[in-house]
Design a protein around this ligand. Structure first.
Ligand SMILES: Cc1cc2nc3c(=O)[nH]c(=O)nc-3n(C[C@H](O)[C@H](O)[C@H](O)COP(=O)(O)OP(=O)(O)OC[C@H]3O[C@@H](n4cnc5c(N)ncnc54)[C@H](O)[C@@H]3O)c2cc1C
Length: 437
């Protein structure tokens, strides 16, 4: 029976190296650079490039990718264990070459790009010489992509794109955008849209404004409101088939969601560690905080929630490795995605409470992490939609009962058992029609 929670010794050594490297070399960089994705920032490059080189030498670069794309092909369980470490730091995913949205965009390009697009964009993207943006959500509708109105029309050998996109993260740093646009408005709802590569410097692409979010400290936001006005791109910048935009989107979203969850495990584990340190260090009314039962409850609840979530993430990662098909784990990924914001909000919230006024101050990171939970509950789809998807998938295989009472209605079970054991019951003189249990 194969059922194992241990990590092999050789890989544990890599994790130990990554743990120390992130703590000693990467976390300090978080304190002094503005945005790890900004490949145009000389300070960022001066500090991050040498760290990326050390990760490459250690053969831990782009661990989400297989050898065909320059990664070690470790699979999702190993990636999950590594991502737990990376989740503690803003810069670490970039230092290890597995940051969103570039990781998902690389998957799309690898699957659907022409050789020329791969050479021009995928190769430098995988080396983090450039970064990318995923431009799907629109100002008038995010949760239902069938309501998108951005249009792409074929004109000779060029596509002409017109429309607006909202919350296109990192557009201001990106060399290219992956854009979803309606190509076939009369087709069935999920065959109307297609996916395109749009070079950022194409005439007609403009950033209306860079929207900021609470909890992030950049002077300028990174979630762009983008306008596309008569943007002309070559015909071969279509990714996948015409009308297959939804299918192409799924290529990236499955992986992206579980990778966020892996990193969130790291964040909540860090919150708990900080909570524990405070509980055993701080004295209130002559006793350590950790001696108070209500504080103990906050610690215990956090540990239980983290371990439950971590197991769900790891089991989902294991299923992805086992089946090698994201479609088979859609309900699992939906569950992970829906659980993630709640775990982060609860644990970060308890960390604030245990640290008191210091906890809510900007001298500790918990407030940012609590707000981050709302990012998690929206980016890559709202929590409600993932819960609905999970519930629908669970109900899909279940047959309705053609009876007033459920199939496991206790009187029914009792009657069936009495019928089956009638002779034995008679032999022992047991009373029939007793209370069902
Ligand atoms: C940090 C962050 C980064 C992002 N990055 C990107 C990016 O790079 N590229 C990109 O394209 N988009 C990005 N997004 C946008 C994200 O995909 C959308 O926020 C998300 O799909 C929800 O769309 P919306 O914001 O328009 O909310 P709406 O669609 O207006 O929904 C608002 C709320 O209504 C509720 N709701 C909606 N539909 C239903 C339903 N059917 N049943 C029950 N309740 C429902 C939910 O509570 C939902 O949160 C990002 C968002 C965040 C927060």
């Amino acid at each position: 029976m194969a059922w194992d929670f241990s990590t092999d010794e050789d890989y544990q050594k890599e994790l130990d190296w990554a743990d120390a490297f992130v703590r000693d070399e990467v976390e300090p960089v978080d304190q002094v650079i503005e945005h790890a994705w900004n490949v145009h920032d000389p300070l960022r490059n001066r500090l991050i490039r040498p760290l990326q080189q050390r990760v490459r030498e250690r053969r831990l670069w782009a661990c989400h990718l297989g050898p065909d794309l320059g990664g070690p092909g470790y699979g999702q369980v190993k990636l999950a264990l590594l991502n737990e470490i990376l989740g503690r730091s803003h810069s670490a995913p970039v230092v290890f070459g597995c940051q969103a949205p570039d990781s998902g965009n690389a998957e799309i390009l690898a699957h659907y790009g022409t050789p020329e697009l791969k050479e021009r964009y995928l190769a430098p993207l995988l080396e983090n010489e450039i970064v990318s943006c995923y431009s799907m959500t629109e100002p008038q509708g995010g949760s239902d992509p069938t309501e998108f109105t951005t249009r792409a029309v074929l004109d000779g050998d060029e596509w002409v794109i017109n429309g607006e996109k909202w919350f296109s993260s990192h557009a201001r740093f990106a060399s290219f955008y992956i854009v979803m646009a309606v190509t076939d408005p009369e087709a069935p709802r999920h065959r109307r849209a297609s996916m395109f590569v749009v070079p950022a410097d194409t005439p007609g692409v403009s950033i209306v404004r860079n929207v900021g979010v609470w909890g992030h400290e950049e002077t300028e936001g990174t979630h762009a409101y983008v306008r596309y006005e008569d943007v002309r791109i070559p015909r071969d910048h279509l990714l996948g088939e015409r009308g297959a935009g939804f299918e192409v989107a799924q290529t990236r979203l499955g992986g992206g969601r579980i990778h966020h969850a892996m990193r969130t495990v790291g964040l909540v584990k860090q919150s708990l560690e900080m909570m524990l340190e405070r509980a055993v260090s701080r004295t209130v009314s002559g006793r350590r905080l950790g001696e108070r039962q209500l504080v103990q409850e906050m610690i215990a609840d956090s540990w239980i929630q983290i371990e439950q979530f971590r197991l769900l993430v790891l089991q989902t990662a294991w299923k992805i490795d086992r089946y090698n098909d994201y479609r088979r784990v859609i309900p699992d990924i939906a569950a992970v995605k829906a659980a993630m914001p709640r775990v982060l909000l609860d644990v970060a919230g308890r960390a604030i409470q245990i640290h008191g006024s210091l906890g809510i101050s900007t001298e500790m990171p918990f407030g940012r992490w609590a707000l981050e939970s709302y990012h998690m509950g929206l980016a890559d789809g709202a929590t409600e939609l993932h819960k609905m998807q999970l519930a629908r998938r669970l109900m899909r295989e279940v047959q309705p009962v053609d009876d007033l009472f459920p199939s496991r209605h206790l009187p029914k079970l009792r009657a069936r058992a009495e019928q089956r054991y009638a002779e034995v019951l008679a032999e022992f003189g047991a009373e029939q029609g007793g209370v069902a249990r």
